[in-house]
Every structure is written in structure tokens, then in C-alpha cells.
Ligand binder design. Structure first.
Ligand code: NAD
Length: 473
């Protein structure tokens, strides 16, 4: 049974597209081609439960655009998954990849299960069978369509997918590139786990560095001391909260499905996580006030609200009560168009999903490149760089007669390994993309409408990709 289907989500994405398309002068037929979802595969398959009974599972894979190949997007494990939701999420992936210059088309998958209701062995059977069904219809492969984790899935599921694909295509040298977000020992890349949350941090830190943009909001520039509410402490929310806290922001409320906690003096993320591991809930955290229902956390006083759970969390119903000055969309589609209209009229600044949570797909791109090249980033040059740096430091010491401390020698004398290179590539991507979006915002006189500016950037790049094929003039 479907708990809830985001029937309007796809329409929401298309509304944003249409609004942005009006700022471009592309051929209307080309715009229609970019906007439409190219292929959707819906499959039912039986799975044997541990008690011997058989259950029929529904699943989807949507490939929104093949203007670049492979297509790319996560697989969601949730009872709320439906056709519209995967189409909306696949469309967002197309625009997201374009915004951050990741040369992929957009896709998304969904398996309609509540993962907590299944044992590990059952989830493995479901994941392997889903993979088999994708291969059967040519919806999976390093040059075709490359899934990744999303809500309800992680490295374990990705490793089952890679293994199943490998079993079905044993002679394929590039088989590991069929999926990203794998464990490092199975062809994954260092830094992928935290990539989306870290990208949220880089994007927010950069957006908050513009003095003139922050002044309009009545805020100082920089992240230091800014109060933050995070909804969802999964992969994205946890890492976004962690990096924001380390970057000097104050976490005043955290929300999970079981409830929310609030402490204006600031919550210690790691202690909250330890408390949840011990008690099974974030509620009753010492010194904090419980907030019920959990969605009320979205309405608390803060500078930055980070929805990092699911779509449709900020709606026309609760928008009038939202007090945040910045909404940082770590989740996909957390704000309805109606809510954004209400909030932006009040001057609230939005960092939209198609930009802000693109860190995951960016590092997935790096993982895919690593799998295709069969070599870890930094393997060829780390030691060479280290030798060079050490010789440089020694020369400086000789010329100046001074001495570097052990700490300085360590930090200045090392070469970049895979993690440092991934972080550097991710940071550069998030900063460069924001510069492009901000330029489009100013060029088209879009005021504080960052979402429309990001869509304009995406549409222009996708149109250029079609135009270079010679189909459209
Ligand atoms: P996840 O499953 O790791 O975490 C989601 C968290 O939200 C869970 O801890 C869950 O308990 C919590 N949650 C569920 N319902 C809630 C509610 N009503 N209130 C508060 N918390 C609730 O998923 P994730 O990978 O972190 O994805 C979260 C969002 O980020 C999704 O919208 C996803 O599409 C998006 N996203 C994920 C990635 C990625 O790399 N994982 C990349 C881009 C975007």
C-alpha cells in the first residue's frame, strides 16, 4: 500500500522549469524535449520473506533525459515512492547535473518498501532482484544508467547492486562503474558518504560570504554564530549538521521522525547521536525541550533552516509560521512553489535543492571516473608532490636560516591523497556553480530568486548539449 504519493511533485518541478524557460530564448520544441521525462520503467516482482511467504514488490526507474550518458540518480527505498515521485526526482537530477557540470543525464529509482519492515537478508533479495530487472530492460550499466544511494539506501545496497551486475556481466572490465556510493573496499571513493552534506556546507558557507546578500537579510556575513535547525539526521542531514557545527554555526534544533529537540543555547550533534543510539530516540535529550509534532521544528526561530528529510515539508499551510531567514534545501523538493512564493515575498532567501544538494552526484561522478580509470586519485602523484614540497621547505629554511615547526612540516610537506582531492573538487564545484547561478540571477534581474536562476543555468547548458548534436539549430 502507498502511504503517500507526491503526485504534485513532478508538476512542481515543471512549474519551476517553465518559469525559468521564460527567461531563455530557446526553441519551444527544444524546451519541450528537455522538460519531458523520456522513459519510465515500472516493475512488479515477487520476493520470498524470511517466514516463507511471498510478497509482491513495486519498483520504478525513471530516466528523465539522455542528452548526456549515462543517466544518473539515486534509488529511494520508501513506502511513499510512486511514479510521479521518481519522475520528479529524475528531472531534478537532469537539472542538478547540468548546474554543477557533471556530464550525465538525470534518472531516479524507487522501491516501494519501508526498509525497517524487512530483515537484512530480505533487503538483499529485494535489491538483487530489482537490479536483475533493471539489467533485463537495459536500465543499468556504466554507460547507460548509474544509480546511487538516496533516502533509505546506502553503501550496502550499492554493493549488492554492483555484485549482481558483475555476476550478470562477468567480462565487463568497467562493471564497477555501474553504480556509485559503494563501500571504498568495493570500488567506492573516499568522501562519498559525506559528500552531499559537505556540499551543503560549502554552498551555504559561500552564499553566506556575500556581505551585501546577508545585509538584506539583516545578517552578518559568514557562518559563525548563525543559528540552524536541521530536519532529518540521515546521511545528508547528519553530515550537513556536522560540517555546519564545525564551521561555527549553532545547532538550535534537530528533528527526526520520532520528534524534535530544541535548545537555543546549542545542541552538541555527536552527543545527540550517542543519546539516540542509547535510547532509540532523540527525544528527552538532557537540557533540551521536546518539540511535538516533529514538523513544528521547522517553525522555530533560526537563521538557517535545513530540511534534509523529504519533499513537501514547507507548504502554503506552514509557510506563514516559518521564521528562518535562509532555507537551505538539503533534501529534494522540500518546498512547494506556493510556500516559496509566500516566503520569498517575505524576503526569505532560498538555496535550492538542484544546486545545494549536488555534492552527492558530484562525488559520484568522481567515483565513476575512478572506476573507469581503474586507479585511485592521488596514486600517481602524492609522493612526488610530497618530495617537491619537502625540497621547497628545505630550500626556504636554507635561504632564510629559519626552521619550520614539526606541525608546519607536516601540513605543508604532504601531497594530496584521494580524500583531499575529492574535497577540493567538490569545493571548487560548489563555489563555481554558485558564481554562475549568481551571475544569471543578476543578468536576468531575478532578485532573490536563486531557484529560477539555477534552472536558467541548467536549461542553457542542456540546450547547448542538444544544439551541438546538430538536431536543433
Ligand atoms: P536517509 O534515509 O539517510 O535519511 C533521511 C532521514 O530523515 C532519516 O534519518 C529519517 O528517519 C528522517 N526522516 C524521515 N521522515 C522524517 C520526518 N517526517 N521528520 C524528520 N525526519 C524524518 O536519506 P538521505 O540520503 O539523507 O536523503 C535525505 C534527502 O536528501 C532526500 O530528499 C534525498 O533525495 C536527498 N538527497 C540525498 C542525497 C544522498 O547522497 N544521499 C543526495 C542528494 C539529495
Amino acid at each position: 500500500m502507498t502511504e503517500r504519493c507526491s503526485a504534485d511533485f513532478y508538476e512542481e518541478v515543471n512549474r519551476s522549469f517553465d518559469k525559468a524557460a521564460a527567461y531563455t530564448d530557446h526553441d519551444p520544441t527544444l524546451l519541450a524535449q528537455i522538460r519531458g521525462c523520456n522513459s519510465v520503467y515500472h516493475v512488479n516482482f515477487p520476493v520470498r520473506r524470511d517466514d516463507g511467504s511471498i510478497e509482491v514488490i513495486q519498483a520504478w526507474r525513471a530516466e528523465h533525459s539522455q542528452h548526456r550518458l549515462p543517466t544518473k540518480g539515486g534509488i529511494r527505498y520508501s513506502m511513499a515512492v510512486c511514479r510521479n515521485e521518481v519522475m520528479a526526482l529524475a528531472a531534478l537530477m537532469t537539472y542538478k547535473c547540468a548546474v554543477v557540470d557533471v556530464p550525465f543525464g538525470g534518472a531516479k529509482g524507487g522501491i516501494q518498501v519501508s526498509r525497517h519492515a524487512y530483515s537484512e537478508a530480505e533487503l538483499e533479495r529485494i535489491t538483487r532482484r530489482y537490479t536483475f530487472e533493471l539489467v533485463r530492460k537495459n536500465f543499468l550499466g556504466p554507460g547507460i544508467d548509474v544509480p546511487a544511494p538516496d533516502f533509505g539506501s546506502g553503501p550496502q545496497e550499492m554493493s549488492w547492486i554492483a555484485d549482481t551486475y558483475n555476476t550478470l556481466a562477468p567480462d565487463k572490465l568497467d562493471a564497477l562503474a555501474c553504480v556509485t556510493g559503494k563501500p571504498v573496499g568495493q570500488g567506492g571513493i573516499r568522501g562519498r558518504t559525506e559528500a552531499t552534506g559537505l556540499g551543503v556546507f560549502y554552498g551555504l558557507r559561500h552564499a553566506c560570504s556575500f556581505v551585501e546578500d546577508m545585509r538584506v537579510l539583516g545578517l552578518e556575513s559568514g557562518l559563525g554564530g548563525k543559528t540552524v535547525v536541521v530536519q532529518g539526521l540521515g546521511n545528508v542531514g547528519y553530515h550537513a549538521a556536522k560540517f555546519l557545527q564545525e564551521g561555527g554555526a549553532r545547532l538550535v534544533a534537530l528533528a527526526e521522525y520520532e520528534g524534535a529537540i530544541h535548545d537555543p543555547a546549542g545542541l552538541d550533534l555527536e552527543r545527540v547521536v550517542a543519546h539516540r543510539a542509547e535510547t532509540g530516540s532523540i527525544l528527552d535529550y538532557p537540557g533540551a525541550e521536546n518539540v511535538a509534532p516533529t514538523a513544528r521544528a521547522l517553525e522555530l526561530d533560526c537563521d538557517i533552516l535545513v530540511p534534509a528529510a523529504l519533499e513537501n515539508q514547507l507548504t502554503a499551510e506552514n509557510a506563514p509560521r516559518i521564521r528562518a531567514k535562509i532555507v537551505a534545501e538539503a533534501a529534494n523538493g522540500p518546498t512547494t512553489t506556493a510556500a516559496e512564493d509566500i516566503l520569498r515575498r517575505r524576503g526569505v532567501f532560498f538555496l535550492p535543492d538542484l544546486y545545494l544538494n549536488a555534492g552527492g552526484v558530484t562525488v559520484s561522478y568522481f567515483e565513476w571516473l575512478k572506476n573507469l580509470s581503474h586507479v585511485r586519485f592521488g596514486r600517481m602523484d602524492k609522493r612526488f608532490e610530497e618530495g617537491l614540497h619537502r625540497r621547497l621547505l628545505a630550500s626556504v629554511e636554507r635561504v632564510t636560516g629559519g626552521h619550520f615547526t614539526d606541525d608546519e612540516n607536516r601540513s605543508l610537506g604532504t601531497g594530496a591523497g584521494e580524500l583531499e582531492l575529492v574535497y577540493s573538487g567538490l569545493e571548487d564545484t560548489m563555489l563555481s556553480a554558485y558564481e554562475e547561478i549568481r551571475a544569471a540571477q543578476h543578468k536576468h534581474g531575478l532578485g532573490n530568486d536563486v531557484r529560477t536562476a539555477a534552472f536558467v543555468v541548467a536549461i542553457d547548458k542542456i540546450a547547448a548539449a542538444y544544439e551541438t548534436r546538430g538536431i536543433w539549430p
